[in-house]
Ligand binder design. Structure first.
Ligand SMILES: Nc1nc2c(ncn2[C@@H]2O[C@H](COP(=O)(O)OP(=O)(O)OP(=O)(O)O)[C@@H](O)[C@H]2O)c(=O)[nH]1
Ligand SMILES: [Zn+2]
Length: 310
């Protein structure tokens, strides 16, 4: 039987199956195959093949191919952790205030998502952005990302956000406290208008924080809410991920195929930077990401980077 993982906690998986029923499952026998540096074989959104052994229990046999993933580097485990899989798009939720808008965080989150569209949601737009923040925010629009400013508090633009979600599976990711759960609750259950900690019981969630990813759906809107994090570290991955998150670099040609845009001669990206055709802050953000991947594992050398890119 086939099904989709809607919840994954401590090797126990809740699966919504093709027969319309929900099964609580474990992985059969040995573990599922893991890639080097990979922590968890299964995440919310994964499609699996399983054998039911009772009306509501089963054993997972295999994972079907993924079309997309959102994964980050788990610093404690020193492994890539897959947070959500097979979504059509990732909504990176940021907030205008408390926590303040952090473009660097946003760049990292953009890099963690692969194989899907990315939309950027600015929640708490009942607060004003500073002029500087507004400019940074507008830059993402210029780069071609879908962006939307909403307020879970006042309801501003929530209908427009819903329009972006219809007919799709969307993973909500972001810093802790930006209001992901408040937004998800508002979208999934419009009757619920109270603040988060009052509604958390209804969904049997933690009081203030979401500590595991969870699938929600209502009509044709399907959302994977994910735990908020303080830091979003980019996964160890084919470095192509980085270039995907910096689409503006692809407008410029470099002398070397697979140029890392750090110190190679004839780098078109660095030339464009000198001519102010690329935003300096974005470039700096890229350098940080590049260095963070390189530092983490000495064996992930720049040579490997070049080889992977070709
Ligand atoms: N002013 C204002 N406050 C909001 C808005 N949305 C959420 N909040 C508040 O922000 C706080 C954090 O909201 P949560 O929904 O718990 O944030 P989260 O992103 O799910 O946080 P984690 O569970 O840690 O990932 C709560 O006190 C909410 O009531 C908004 O649009 N405007
Ligand atoms: Zn270059």
């Amino acid at each position: 039987m086939l099904g989709t993982i809607h919840r994954a906690i401590n090797n126990l998986y809740t699966i919504a199956a093709e027969d319309g029923k929900t099964y609580s499952c474990k992985i059969k026998g040995k573990k599922l195959p893991l890639e080097e540096y990979e922590y968890n074989p299964l995440a919310v959104g994964d499609n699996v093949e399983f054998t039911p052994y009772s009306d509501n229990e089963g054993l997972i046999l295999s994972r079907l191919d993924r079309k997309s993933v959102f994964r980050r580097w788990n610093i404690k485990l020193e492994k890539n952790q897959t947070i959500a899989a097979n979504m059509d798009q990732v909504a990176i939720v940021t907030s205008a205030y408390e926590p303040p808008f952090r473009p660097r965080f946003l760049d990292r989150a953009l890099t963690c998502a692969s194989g899907c569209d990315k939309i950027i949601v600015m929640n708490k737009c009942d607060f004003d952005l500073t002029e500087y923040e507004f400019e940074r925010w507008a830059l993402y629009h210029k780069l071609g990302y879908k962006i939307i400013a909403v307020s879970a508090k006042t309801g501003e633009n929530i209908e427009q956000l819903k329009d972006l979600l219809r007919g799709k599976v969307t993973a909500f990711v972001g810093q802790s406290g930006v209001g992901k759960s408040t937004l998800v609750n508002l979208i999934i259950d419009p009757e619920v208008k109270q603040v988060t900690n009052e509604i958390s019981e209804k969904y049997q969630r933690g009081r203030h924080t979401t500590n595991h990813a969870l699938w929600f759906e209502r009509d044709d809107i399907k959302i994977i809410d994910t735990p908020g994090v303080r830091e979003m570290l980019v996964p160890l991955e084919d470095v192509k991920l980085l270039s995907d998150a910096f689409p503006e670099f692809s407008n410029f040609k470099c002398a070397y195929n697979g140029c890392s845009h750090i110190d190679e001669p004839g780098c078109g990206v660095k030339a464009a930077l000198d001519e102010e055709k690329i935003d300096f802050d974005r470039y700096e953000s890229y350098v940080h990401l590049f260095e963070s991947i390189k530092e983490r594992t000495p064996q992930w050398s720049r040579t490997k980077f070049r080889k992977n890119k070709q």
